[in-house]
Design a protein around this ligand. Structure first.
Ligand code: MLT
Length: 419
């Protein structure tokens, strides 16, 4: 849909959207071209050096390194460093970074009281977004985007405290006493310890869970201009502080179409189980356009091939679930569903392949997380990506405040009827 400038007054532009024809009557002051692009599917809102995706080939790289190499060779903290600072750390730099996070993991005095005052049955994502926003009240000395030292301090505090906040929210939700961070543990072990306490598995299983959590966080760490990252950038473009911008991103991630999708996959698998595990009947429903049933965890706006993260996650799911005494019914269903869908031209012709959300839910569930925490885990993983984008934009002299153009399609001036 284009407006080519010119001197016309009314109508300036006509177009169609779905079945509906409309006229844009009043593009006051507009010159040049306007493209209607709902959801910004075609509009590049920024340039970025952080993450590269080739959706057709199924390639994902952070700062030039393939996700597969990072998943096998790096820890989540190394990936945080890489995303935020642009290069992999030397051993001494990584130690310093990890120590800094360790010594900042405690919550500020007063935040525990605030968290304890929230209704226990509130969704953890609501509480997470509120708490992160409130960090700017507790730490007014790190809210000025113009002061690089304050930006670094906010970065450290946010990375260090998000797992502590998340675990505190979880413990409150199950009526258990929150557990303070333990400076002797590393980032991921500490999070698992603050979450599960004495219920955390020890020994080999404990190590496997910590490794799995670390890998899942790496795989979620950035994904270019998705809904939440674009939100962080839009809010940050007004020079809002890091805490407030990331809090906005957390709210964007909360939506079922974005971070809530892994929860939806699990619910779909449960629904199939209730249908007696009849996958053919379920897939027939998906293909029936009237039924509105969707194959959750399949298809992605940018991937027209396998989401490279889904392959890594499937391998991880096998490691976690195959060690269980009895086969995990939902995992078995997911495997069969994937096979059937990939053998069906209906899905492959539409380029619907498993995405990052397809197997994550079954892993989180096997690790003991309730479904309401799944998106919180996504947020902990995505945090370095949000921070990296916020900082990249801040340091780019070409940054302007985000202000998308609107096409007005409502009535022209109307005579006011009076009373
Ligand atoms: C993500 O990781 O953010 C999701 O795959 C959604 C997206 O990229 O649009």
């Amino acid at each position: 849909l284009r407006y080519d400038g010119g001197t016309q007054t009314l109508p300036l532009l006509t177009g169609t959207e779905g079945d509906q024809a409309f006229e844009v009557k009043n593009l006051l002051g507009t010159a040049g071209m306007v493209t209607l692009d709902p959801g910004f599917g075609n509009t590049a809102s920024c340039k970025s050096e952080i993450t590269y995706i080739d959706g057709a080939a199924g390639i994902l790289r952070y700062r030039g390194y393939s996700i597969q190499d990072l998943a096998t060779g790096s820890s989540f903290l190394e990936v945080c460093y890489l995303l935020i600072k642009g290069r992999l750390p030397e051993a001494a730099e990584l130690k310093e970074f990890a120590d800094e996070l360790r010594s900042n993991a405690e919550l500020p005095a007063g935040m525990a009281d605030m968290l304890n005052a929230f209704p226990r049955n509130a969704h953890p994502m609501t509480l997470l977004a509120s708490s992160v926003n409130t960090l700017s009240a507790f730490y007014a000395d790190s809210v000025d985007p113009q002061d690089p030292a304050q930006v670094d301090l906010a970065t450290t505090r946010l990375l260090a405290k998000l797992p502590t906040i998340a675990a505190h929210i979880y413990r409150n939700s199950i009526g258990e006493t929150p557990i303070a961070p333990d400076p002797s543990l590393d980032y991921v072990e500490n999070f698992l310890n603050m979450t599960f306490g004495s219920a955390k598995p020890e020994g080999e299983v404990g190590e496997l869970f910590a490794k799995a959590m670390d890998l899942l966080l790496i795989l979620h760490a950035d994904h270019e201009q998705n809904c939440s990252t674009a939100t962080v950038r839009v809010v940050g473009s007004s020079q809002a502080d890091l805490y407030g911008s990331v809090s906005a991103g957390i709210n964007a991630l909360f939506g079922p179409l974005h971070g809530g999708a892994n929860q939806a996959v699990l619910e779909m698998l449960e629904q199939i189980r209730e249908m007696g595990g009849d996958l053919d009947a379920f897939l027939a429903q998906v293909k029936d356009r009237e039924s509105k049933t969707r194959l959750m965890g399949f298809g992605h706006r940018v991937y027209k091939n396998f989401d490279p993260r889904s392959r890594e996650i499937k391998g991880l799911a096998r490691q976690i679930l195959d060690r269980q005494e009895r086969p995990d019914e939902l995992f078995e269903l997911a495997l069969q569903l994937e096979d059937k869908a990939l053998a069906d031209p209906y899905f492959t012709e539409r380029k619907l392949y498993p995405n990052v959300d397809f197997f994550t839910g079954v892993i989180y569930r096997a690790m003991g997380f309730p479904t309401s925490m799944f998106t919180v885990l996504f947020a902990i993983g995505r945090l370095p990506g949000w921070i990296a984008h916020w900082r990249e934009q801040l340091n780019d002299p070409a940054t302007r405040i985000s202000r998308p153009r609107q096409l007005y399609v409502g009535p022209g001036e109307r005579a006011y009827p009076g009373r």
